[in-house]
Design a protein around this ligand. Sequence first.
Ligand SMILES: [Zn+2]
Length: 179
Amino acid sequence: MAGKIYIRATDAERAVLQRVMTTYHPALLQANIKVAMTMARKFDGNEQPVHCVKFAGANAAAITRTIPLRRRVYDEHDAEIEVDGLTWDELSEAQREALLDHELNHIRASVGDDNAVRLDDMGRPKVNLVPDDFTLTGFYAIGRRHGRTALEWRSVSHVHAELLRIIEEAERQPMAVNG
Ligand SMILES: [Zn+2]
């Protein structure tokens, strides 16, 4: 079985990233934060594509990382989005935009007391990663054994209710895109 391979995103794929940045993350552009986009792909023994991006052991659609200072010496980027190539292939254009909006939402310019973007020794903007508002993990077996007492159920139902409330609120006010 071949290992994981990394491919620089094509111009068409980068155009989606650029569009999402311009629409939802102008602050990243103003801070001159350069985001690399890498497609990760892997094939099984029958040359069939498989999912290969993992976060904490579970399949992930994408991962966002900051580029550490030592790599910025020769790399012009400040953050990197690694996208699971097979997931990308399976998504519609609108879903790809939502995925990249999610990943870009993890990236924030580090701002000092004077509200100016802090710079590193290379003169590049310092970048912070923002954690997800929620992450869902669990075992189906715990749901089977503990039913609605399981934290699995409590967290999923809480997130479901909260997300539905936000989506319905946004549908009533379609102009409010940020927040
Ligand atoms: Zn995330």
